[in-house]
Every structure is written in structure tokens, then in C-alpha cells.
Design a protein around this ligand. Sequence first.
Ligand SMILES: Nc1ncnc2c1ncn2[C@@H]1O[C@H](COP(=O)(O)OP(=O)(O)OP(=O)(O)O)[C@@H](O)[C@H]1O
Ligand SMILES: [Mg+2]
Length: 370
Amino acid sequence: MNSTKLSIVDLTKRYAPGLEPAVDRLNMSVEEGHLVALLGPSGCGKTTTLRMVAGLMDPTSGSIVVDGKDITHTPVNKRGMGMVFQSYALFPHMDVAQNVAFGLQMRKVPAKEQAKRVAAALDMVQLGHLAKRKVRELSGGQQQRIALARALVVEPTLLLLDEPLSNLDAKLRETMRTEIRSIQQRTGATTLFVTHDQDEALDMADRIAVMNGGLIEQFGPPTEVYERPNTHFVANFIGQANFLTANVVSENGPATDGERYYKVDIEGLGTFGAVGHPGLTGTHELVIRPQRLQASLHAPLGANSITGTIERVSYTGDTLGFSVRAGERLLHAQLMTSSADMPRQGDTAHLSWEAADAYIIPKTPQGPAS
Ligand SMILES: Nc1ncnc2c1ncn2[C@@H]1O[C@H](COP(=O)(O)OP(=O)(O)OP(=O)(O)O)[C@@H](O)[C@H]1O
Ligand SMILES: [Mg+2]
């Protein structure tokens, strides 16, 4: 059974009158037990949103509703939320157990129960054996887990994580994201997870909120946000993308999930198959992911094919990326490597796609693409 845990309604924050709002009438509904990633570039309002949900900052307007109750003006210590901030803000003079117990002390939980819950929280992050260590004698990853244990120990109804992995090296980040996700699923804590790392969001989240300039541009499951971006910004921010300006020529019947096939014209290149919302007309952008382009060095592979010259090849071991120039356009393709047929700079290549992989972005582009 899914029920709404958190609703954010028209939430707005202006740091000063006359300033552009840092968060601008933001709306979002989070289901119980979900992990939602707030994803977006620096300065788009992620931390501001999280701080308002936590009660660390008053909104200028709008409201926050948890379990059907308006908590917009509930003080931070009455919200029952757990938080981990970018800098873990652990107390360096205390040992690990004292750090984790802090929230329980504030809540005047009896000492015996405190000890039990601290031990359980430390077990959860697999650091029970370090309970007596001083925080400054821990590695970054261990400190990160202590911060998480400290947030979990109060059994929060909502867990708020602001870039909790940003101080860790790449390898540890990956381990920790698996660990956080599995703890989150085990405890069922509804979680808001701020990140500017698209892979982290795609890997961990039940839903992704892609933010831009204080607004959510798209809210949906990772596959939807990646495969069916609503805007140029979303398509560009998540993953690699080829963009082509296309004019809708005709609608060509139903595709899956209520979408339609279209014939589109790409100036100077001809007509191609694509897919999109029903009822599209006029000029739009097509987005095609590099790994959805098929490539042939010999002959076009069928319809929807563009011929060009390979301008750059990049070999990363697992994949082979290459850029193909067709007139003014540069298309990026990505293949799994194989020992056969290595394309070379200067070779002719034919790139083609399935109509279902060329998605017509529903919003008409406004002026030059940003
Ligand atoms: N105390 C403040 N006073 C005035 N403006 C602020 C203040 N804090 C943040 N801002 C501005 O509000 C906007 C949103 O900031 P916020 O910290 O929410 O961004 P963010 O998405 O968390 O970015 P980052 O990824 O860099 O952490 C930014 O333009 C920022 O400069
Ligand atoms: Mg931030």
C-alpha cells in the first residue's frame, strides 16, 4: 500500500526581498518508504528545500505536510526527522557512541534504552566495534557512517541526506551508496537525498526530482527521467544526449504507453522516425542517447540513418565512443567494444536508430539551447 508521506506545496524561499527566489513554488509528493533524489546543478535550491523540510529555515510561503499534518511551523525538534549534512558535523571531542546517542539525550530517552538503540544503530552501519573511538580517529567513510547512525537512531519518520557522500573518494562513494540504500530499504525510512551526481540518483532513487533554478523540471522514476525527459535541461543534465532540431511532419499511429510514432523532418538530412506525446506539431528537439545509436562502417542499417565521418574515437575499455560529423551536426555514439571492426578517425560511419529511441521533447525549444 502506497500512501503519501510528505507533500511540499508551493514552497517558496526568498532570502531577501528583491532577490530571485532560491526555491520557487516547488511542489512534490513523496510516497511512504520511497527514496527521492533531489538532483540538480549547484545553486538550484536543493539544500534550501531540504532545510525548510527539516525546519531549519522558514519558507517565505507555501507549506510542508507530513502524514497529512501541516508542519510548516512545527519547530525542528518536534519534527522527528533524521538529518545528515554535507559536512557530517560530528562532535570531535566525543566518542562514536556519544555522538550517536546525542539525539536520544536531547529527547530524554532513559539511559538503558539509549545504550540499546545506539548499539543497534552502530550495528546497522557495521561499526559496533568502534563505539569507544574518538571521532577524529576515524576515516572519512567511517565518519560518514556514524553520521548516518546518528540520524537513524532516533527512528526518523523522514530521513534527510544532503550530499552525504560528497567527501568520499569514488570507490567508497559507491560502496556507501549501496549501503545507504539497503539500510533505507530495511528501515523503510522515507528519504530525501540531495545530490548533484546523476549516477548516484539513477542508481539509488525510487523517484528523481530534477531541479533547475528553484523549480522541479521533472519528477519521476529514474527510467522515465532518463528515457522520457520533459525538457532540454533534464535530457542534458542526466546522461549523454544527442539533440536534433526536428519539424513534425505527421503522426504515424500509436506507440507503447500512450505515445505516438511521428515522421519528422531534420533540416538538410531528410525525414526520420521518432516517438513522443500525442498531438505534437511544429518544431521540437529530438533526444537520442549515444548508446541507442547503431553504427555501421559499411552500409546504412535501414531507415533513420545518417551518414557522416568519424571525427573522434574514444576507447574506455568497456565502451567505444565516437563522434560522427554529418554537415554541421556532430553525433555521439557509444558501443560496447568488441575485437571486430574498430572504427578509426576519418572513416565513414552510418548511424541509425529505432523510432522508439528518438524521443521528441514535448516542450518547444525557447531560443538558443542552454
Ligand atoms: N543564506 C543565504 N542568503 C542568500 N542567498 C542564499 C543563501 N543560501 C543560499 N542562497 C542562494 O540560494 C540559491 C540556492 O542555494 P542552495 O544552497 O539551496 O543550492 P544547492 O542546490 O544546495 O547548491 P549546491 O549544489 O552548491 O549545494 C543559490 O543561488 C544561493 O546562492
Ligand atoms: Mg547544497
